[in-house]
Write a protein that binds this ligand. Sequence first.
Ligand code: ZN
Length: 233
Amino acid sequence: MTSEPAQIERIMVIAAHPDDPEFGCAGAVLKWAQAGRHVTYVLITSGDKGSHDPDLRPGLLAARRESEQRAAARDLGVHEVIFLRRPDGLLENTLDLRRQLADIVRRLRPDAVLTIDPWRHYQLHPDHRAAGQAALDAVWSAREWYIFPEQLVEGVEPWRVKQVYLFWTDNPDHWEDITECMEQRLAALLRHVSQVGADPATAKLIERVRQRAREAGEKPGYAYAEAFKRFEF
Ligand SMILES: [Zn+2]
């Protein structure tokens, strides 16, 4: 994160499912963790419906996906992984979810938050839309004294996130050069065995991720990049 201001010390990724961070922003996460930033993952669901096998019970799948997510996070240097265990496929941006995320933001005080762009055209997955919206609404709520004031006890105060990075965006205005860490980033994605499977499907998927990173790198002139819409507050 050499291009970033020095005051960005703590980073939080808020996503809908285990594997969203590894598909969306793992290169940036790895770079920033290597640069000494403290990174926390918040996964709103544990991806318990992420299988086409009707015999795989959701509880078993959730446990498996949490352990895959922990392994991927460990590879990337993420310090902490928090699972909110809301039901996969049924996520809504409710006041209750916003309240929970605002509380986490107020307690953990991230300088930057990475989440899914909820306004991407034709973002068909309801969980991806809801997660991005809830995360942004929580960032806004966390800084206001009069929103969820019951949280402001025992030293918890409003917290102002300084930067937001939206991944899977149609309108990127910030690119992270992930050329150096591309292979490590792909290896972390492969930790999600229940989702990315085994060869030969995996080889195709990896090529697709590689191709997207190549395309993202065209504009800034990097071999591989991750693209974000960035907001500064
Ligand atoms: Zn997802």
